[in-house]
Design a protein around this ligand. Structure first.
Ligand code: UD1
Length: 340
């Protein structure tokens, strides 16, 4: 029988790609979004790719009455919770906003789920829960620590779920710790669309490539990495979406909770990413070396073994795929065949 999944924040960057992965796997998917960080036309674009209209509830996880109405309107088998704030710098300036949405809104959602007898949830966590560590690649049993209010809210979410599972064995939870998601859907109809000047590397390079920003500032070239620039575990957003499908499958099939890294286990430096993006867009992209960014670490890479063992997850797409799909998206090169 078809299973129904609610995606909170399903119109956002990772949510919209996961929507497509779930639909392709035969799920009935419902989106809840307040469009605070999503484009209004994402549901139409998703409908264009899948050929079916999107079931959408427009509203906020901070509104318990709205949440109760959403759960009354459908018979959900599971929820994937993306609806949260995610800018580290903003969280330092506005910690209460982050705690309100990422913790308060999350508790509202869990209460609505419990009241509706829906106790399968996939939670968007982040490698940020590992703090600033020299242990690389990072295994899931590495201690958690926070270096920002954003990280604090992700650790809080994980701890809330752990207490819920301990208190009531009917709950099953998939906690997914993302490394650095980049790239866009193969169709080039959806992708990451930052409204302001991007903080993250690939969206910033994309704006340089389309001529909206003059040059990339490379934050430091004196790290202990092959070329001195920061090294991260970039994962294609379509691989990340596949990880969510596998996580929901596992929760519904086994009822077993899991906490896993979603990364490739490989790292690329800033200059390697810039090189791959230059190749993708066919032009040299200007850059300058500037001092290190506060709070950055030299290296952040996942140990991917547990996700492979527990979920059968393998990131398939390369750095070139990530840069080519990002470039196709930002330069508007629509590709009709939805899959390569
Ligand atoms: C950042 C967040 C992290 C969050 C992740 C995903 C910080 C300190 N960390 O991780 O908590 O989970 O995004 O959203 O904000 N770089 C440049 N120039 C730029 C931008 C980035 O050189 O204009 C470098 C950085 O120094 C880093 C690498 O590119 O070495 C990746 O940076 P970024 O994309 O911001 O991701 P993280 O810092 O890994």
């Amino acid at each position: 029988m078809t299973k129904t999944v609610l995606l909170t924040g399903g119109a956002g960057y990772i949510g919209s790609h996961t929507y497509l992965g779930l639909v392709a796997s035969g799920y009935d998917v419902v989106i809840l979004d307040n469009f605070s960080n999503a484009q209004e036309d994402v549901p139409l674009r998703l409908a264009r790719i899948t050929g079916s209209p999107v079931k959408l509830h427009r509203g906020d996880v901070l509104d318990p009455v709205f949440l109760t109405g959403v759960f009354a309107a459908h018979d959900f088998d599971a929820v994937i919770h993306f609806a949260a704030k995610k800018a580290v710098g903003e969280s330092v300036a506005k910690p209460l906003d982050y705690i309100q949405t990422n913790v308060g809104g999350f508790v509202n959602l869990l209460q609505a789920m419990d009241a509706a007898d829906v106790r399968r949830i996939v939670f968007s966590s982040s490698a940020t829960v590992y703090g600033d560590t020299l242990v690389q690649p990072i295994p899931e049993d590495h201690p958690r620590t926070y270096t920002s209010p954003y990280a604090y809210t992700k650790i809080s979410g994980e701890l809330i779920l752990e207490q819920l599972v301990a208190a009531d064995p009917r709950w099953a939870v998939g906690t997914l710790r993302y490394f650095n998601p980049v790239g866009a859907h193969y169709s080039a109809l959806i992708g990451e669309d930052p409204q302001d000047i991007p903080n993250n590397l690939v969206p910033y390079i994309a704006k340089v490539a389309i001529g909206e920003l003059p040059r990339l500032q490379v934050f430091g070239d004196d790290y202990d990495t092959p070329d001195g620039t920061g090294l991260r575990d970039y994962i294609h957003v379509e691989d990340l979406a596949d990880g969510h499908v596998l996580s929901v499958n596992a929760l519904l099939e086994t009822g077993q909770s899991h906490t896993v890294n979603l990364g490739t286990g490989e790292g690329s430096t800033v200059l390697e990413v810039l090189r791959a993006y230059s190749d993708a867009c066919g032009k040299e992209l200007p850059f300058e070396i500037v001092p290190r960014r506060d709070g950055d670490v030299a290296v952040l890479t996942a140990r991917p073994d547990l996700a492979r063992q527990v979920l059968g997850f393998n990131a398939k797409r390369t750095l070139d795929d990530m840069c080519q799909s990002s470039w196709a998206w930002v330069s508007g090169q629509l590709r009709n065949d939805p899959k390569p």
